[in-house]
Design a protein around this ligand. Sequence first.
Ligand SMILES: Cc1cc2nc3c(=O)[nH]c(=O)nc-3n(C[C@H](O)[C@H](O)[C@H](O)COP(=O)(O)OP(=O)(O)OC[C@H]3O[C@@H](n4cnc5c(N)ncnc54)[C@H](O)[C@@H]3O)c2cc1C
Length: 482
Amino acid sequence: MRIAIIGGGVAGLAAAYELEKACAAGASVEYVLYEERPRLGGSLASEVVRGAVLERGPDSFLTEKPAAAELCRELGLGADLIPSNDAARKTYIVVRNRLVALPDGLMFLVPTKLVPTALTRLFSFSTKIRMGLELMHPPRPSDHDESVAALVLRHFGQEAVDRLADPLLSGIYGGDAAQLSAQTVLPRLVEMEAKYGSLTRGMLAAHRKMRAAAKNATAPKRAAPPIFTAMRGGMQQLVDALTARLDPGSVRSATRVSNLRRTSSGWTLEADGVTATYDALIMAAPAWVAGALLAPVDSALGSDLAGIPYSSSITVNLLYDEARIGTLPDGFGFLVPAIEGRAMLACTFAHRKFLGRTPPGKAAFRAFLGGMKRDELMAENDETIIATVRREMSEILGAKTIDLAVEPEFAQVSRWNRAMAQYSVGHRERMQRISARIAALPGLRLAGNAYEGIGVPDCIRLGRRAARELVTEGAALAASKP
Ligand SMILES: Cc1cc2nc3c(=O)[nH]c(=O)nc-3n(C[C@H](O)[C@H](O)[C@H](O)COP(=O)(O)OP(=O)(O)OC[C@H]3O[C@@H](n4cnc5c(N)ncnc54)[C@H](O)[C@@H]3O)c2cc1C
């Protein structure tokens, strides 16, 4: 069976790795991986500069989603998996230029602890009253998908949207709370609303259940896993380890697939003027590319894929000599709500979030800009972007902490054009339509961040699953032939 993989980001690489494993196990499979850019890895890219690991794209993955760590262990990188420094975890929200810590007890945007919520400076008195009343007088549950902003607004009011939902969603994934689907992005909250009416009541019930389960557990107590897991040497380690497992003859970097046709026996594609035919296809390019390539094959499928919105983002790494900056507040960094009117969406104190990746005496900052609301920043030049980040950091952290007269030792800008899919309202129905159309096109699989999860683990899971399914199908087909 001949399989083409379009897209050499982590989803496409994971698919190719799985096919290599199948070949090694004796499956009759050949594959070619097409990647438009000269380098593989897509959004995963990091480098070591002056001894500091600097991530240009993702810096880690959620530990509770095991697919990424499992793959790393399989590749022999288990010893290089490092936990986030959760003992120092504290995140701030910028409120009128001042840093306010997220109150303790916040679960999925829902406050569950009375005292920290009552004392926080994040919310005004009227919002706090509203949050308290939500427990007794929740709004009527929604009977349709709605945006995260609409859900939070109904329960806790506009300030909770502006100071909580918006910065958390835009600072983490460049998303817009007013567009993202509550059903897809926060399914647990939607289920809780249906069951309890009040989100606070639902969260308190979940909390109680977790505590009871921990109390009744017979196994010895284990330390809680870290929230995030990173690679000691940066995400590039994973890209390099995956690439090293592939047959170089099966990889076509700097080769863009420009046309796709379905034939009676499979798929014909055109890449850099060369036509090639395959039995099956793993589409691991972004959904907007998949939509354009698949439109001539199935126009409804093409338009549903092309209709998945994407946001663009910019990351800026700044490396400072710690002796030349002031004392930073405790914690991992801060998020900036859109109502603050700034270019920055978030800033991570990278040397604090993951220990041992920055040399002693150095401070590494990772700022995040762009997102759905500030797309125009993508057109700015590097100097302007770096100057903007330094000025805003100085205004937010104080001129004594970030003195504009002190130059960073190193500054680096990375642009990610339409790299992050947005699960907008109606995503679940769109996915149902897409799955039905794909099922009618034998030998086609989709993988990547636009479908079942935006993070690295889900992309890996989908890539590997696509490859396994095609190998199984190919084997069944071969067995059925006389
Ligand atoms: C700045 C940033 C920070 C992030 N932070 C995190 C994080 O901390 N944790 C986390 O879990 N996730 C994070 N994410 C999300 C995660 O990194 C991505 O969702 C994931 O890497 C996407 O992988 P992918 O393979 O689906 O797509 P991509 O990485 O976008 O790869 C798709 C590839 O397809 C190629 N391609 C496109 N068109 C063609 C064509 N016609 N022919 C051939 N090749 C083509 C592209 O060049 C690209 O290399 C972040 C993303 C970004 C951008």
